[in-house]
Write a protein that binds this ligand. Structure first.
Ligand code: AMP
Length: 192
């Protein structure tokens, strides 16, 4: 099972991704988490990317594409993987298609969690005031991340829609309700 989960910041992708990966016994690959870990370790990569993360901008495509290429060819991905936060741009999506083709594989599911902007702002601001510990959870940065999503990541959903691969899901409701919709989509017999 090779799954991509798409959705705007605050759609609940991370929470759902963690649960789906766990119950299907596949690695949860979150590019945001990998980058935040690099920043806190103070590594060379971390130093290169910290200003992008703090401002809510995307890190350069070639950099993140190399990270994913290395990650999905590790042995723990032989049974599959769940990508959370990648691809974020159409060039990243095209690169992923190319990588998987060269491995003789394809994605089994591309999920899009749909949540209106007004709800997203409320949710993320709630996360900020609860002290998520993320340096990018403040109002200006959240607005910037939503703008970046609409400009650069929404076209990724279109890319998969054109390929007939996109499964659009309502992201409103409780974690359990959304999880049930995802489980249903993942067990759809028209997908493997
Ligand atoms: P996330 O945790 O997925 O919301 O990611 C947090 C931040 O990491 C984003 O705002 C970007 O700065 C960076 N980031 C994560 N994934 C990517 C990606 N696929 N391409 C570019 N930047 C990314």
């Amino acid at each position: 099972m090779r799954v991509v989960i798409l959705g705007p910041p605050g759609a609940g992708k991370g929470t759902q991704a963690e649960q789906i990966a766990k119950s299907n016994n596949i690695p949860h690959i979150s590019t945001g988490e990998m980058l935040r870990a690099a920043v806190s370790s103070g590594s060379e990569l971390g130093q290169r990317v910290s200003s992008y993360l703090d401002s809510g901008a995307l890190v350069p495509d070639d950099l993140i594409i190399d990270i994913i290429k290395e990650r999905i060819t590790r042995p723990d991905c032989d049974r599959g993987f769940l990508l959370d936060g990648f691809p974020r741009t159409v060039p990243q999506a095209e690169a992923l298609t190319g990588m998987l083709e060269s491995l003789g594989k394809g994605l089994t599911h591309v999920l899009l969690l749909k949540v209106p902007d007004s709800v997203l702002m409320e949710r993320i601001m709630g996360r900020a005031s609860a002290g998520s510990g993320r340096s990018d959870d403040n109002e200006d940065v959240v607005k910037k991340r939503l703008k970046v999503y609409h400009e650069q990541t929404a076209p990724v959903a279109e890319y998969y829609k054109k390929r007939g691969e996109l499964l659009e899901l309502d992201g409103l409701g409780t974690i359990e309700e959304v999880r049930a919709r995802i489980d249903k989509a993942l067990s759809d017999p028209s997908h493997k």
